[in-house]
Design a protein around this ligand. Structure first.
Ligand SMILES: Cc1cc2nc3c(=O)[nH]c(=O)nc-3n(C[C@H](O)[C@H](O)[C@H](O)COP(=O)(O)OP(=O)(O)OC[C@H]3O[C@@H](n4cnc5c(N)ncnc54)[C@H](O)[C@@H]3O)c2cc1C
Length: 371
């Protein structure tokens, strides 16, 4: 039980599991091919919104998302003396805004869905909505408010976890890409690095996000993970320029106001590892943002980017033990990786430390889900 644990992938998933394992007294080495946290975890919008990201029919997934959301505030507080404040945890809630009759129908479905799961939800008529969000377009007809759908600044969270990992004595090897994993007699033996070096290990956690399929040696045990490209952008206000108060969503776009920027996202594209930001995506995101909040046209276009969501074939995360001794997974978080951190950390570290697993995570164990 006391061998050093090697983690491949220093996104939010790898970093957060690493921090928890270090706190439990384990020795941890984390390897990342770039700077830790600059993959999907940097590209994300930081929304903790099970209501708007779940597939209506996947009850196990909805339970997992809702349970992780429920744990988030305490989890943030456990990470730092300033806890929630350090990651700009914002519990204002999320507004799904209807701009036309079709949207109203969609809003009604969201409302019924939330009621069905006994989640806090409320309808706002046009006047109440415009009182609450004066920057909204005059076209806004009504909204559904999900008070439990929160957000944070995922980039601050990345830096906080990276600092915590180092402060707790973790070994962080950045710019170190793993080429393959050696498995012999049904157990993990070593990692081969790009460039030729190798590292002996008997306890490996794979948290390599969308790039998992580029690591050799694990087939047929490696889950199939594909990159789902997401383009997004950030608008920056000048002093005196206002941003919306809450996270706003329409059927076409979301606007997530951070302390210093408004994140507008995001596309969903099956384009492999295509890193290009296209003018079409930027145009469409800006148009949809304008239709929700016209004053977005006044803001500076500060940044555009593309990131890769790690998606499994089922769209569900794959957590915990595998069929190979010493090999564990924390993969496939797709659109929910930030939201799912608390339950991922609890599940993966419970498995690695021999503690009871959260019941809600059992359907997502790698031994159940690996094709
Ligand atoms: C545009 C966009 C918006 C999003 N918005 C949200 C949101 O609002 N809320 C939410 O919950 N989720 C959101 N997501 C999803 C979320 O970002 C991901 O689910 C989450 O970040 C996945 O974390 P990860 O650590 O698994 O992956 P990553 O952050 O991608 O980390 C994987 C790491 O592994 C490293 N790596 C890969 N291969 C190797 C190798 N061979 N050797 C060494 N290191 C390797 C990479 O360098 C990378 O740092 C969004 C994603 C995108 C793209």
């Amino acid at each position: 039980m006391s061998e050093r644990i090697h983690i491949v992938g220093g996104g939010l998933v790898g970093l957060s599991c690493g921090v928890e394992l270090l706190r439990a007294g384990r020795a941890v080495t984390l390897l990342d091919s770039g700077r830790a946290g600059r993959g999907a975890s940097w590209a994300a919008a930081g929304m903790l919104a099970p209501r708007f990201e779940a597939d209506f029919d996947d009850v196990e997934m909805i339970r997992l998302l809702v349970e992780s959301q429920r744990r988030w505030a305490d989890y943030a507080d456990s990470l730092h003396a300033d806890g929630r404040a350090a990651v700009d945890y914002d519990d204002t809630g999320t507004l799904f805004v209807a701009l036309d009759r079709d949207d109203e129908e969609a809003a009604r479905r969201w409302y019924d869905f939330a009621r069905h799961y006994d989640l806090p939800v409320e309808r706002l008529d046009r006047d109440a909505l415009l009182d609450r969000e004066p920057l909204l377009s005059a076209r806004a007809r009504m909204a559904v408010v999900c008070a439990g759908d929160h957000q944070l600044d995922n980039r601050k969270l990345v830096e906080l976890l990276r600092t915590a990992f180092l402060a707790l004595g973790g070994e962080l090897r950045e710019e170190t890409a793993v080429a393959s994993v050696e498995v012999a007699a049904g157990a993990v033996r070593s990692l081969a690095l790009v460039g030729g070096d190798s590292i002996a290990t008997t306890n490996l956690l794979l948290a390599s996000g969308a790039w998992t399929r580029t690591i050799d040696g694990l087939a047929p045990h490696r889950p199939v993970i594909r990159p789902v490209k997401g383009q997004a952008l950030a608008l920056r206000p000048r002093p005196g320029e206002e941003l919306p108060r809450a996270v706003l969503r329409s059927t076409e776009v979301y606007l997530a106001p951070k302390r210093d920027r408004l994140v507008v996202g995001g596309t969903m594209e099956e384009m492999g590892f295509d890193v290009r930001v296209t003018s079409e995506a930027v145009c469409e995101l800006l148009r949809a943002a304008y239709e929700l909040v016209p004053s977005t046209y006044e803001l500076e276009l500060a940044e555009t980017w593309a990131g890769f969501r790690p998606a499994s074939t089922s769209g569900r995360p794959i957590l915990g033990p595998s069929a190979v001794d010493g090999l564990s997974f924390a993969l496939g978080h797709h659109r929910h990786g930030v939201l799912l951190l608390p339950i991922t950390v609890a599940t993966v570290t419970a498995h690695l430390l021999g503690r009871p697993l959260p019941e809600v995570a059992r359907p997502f164990l790698a031994t159940h889900a690996t094709p």
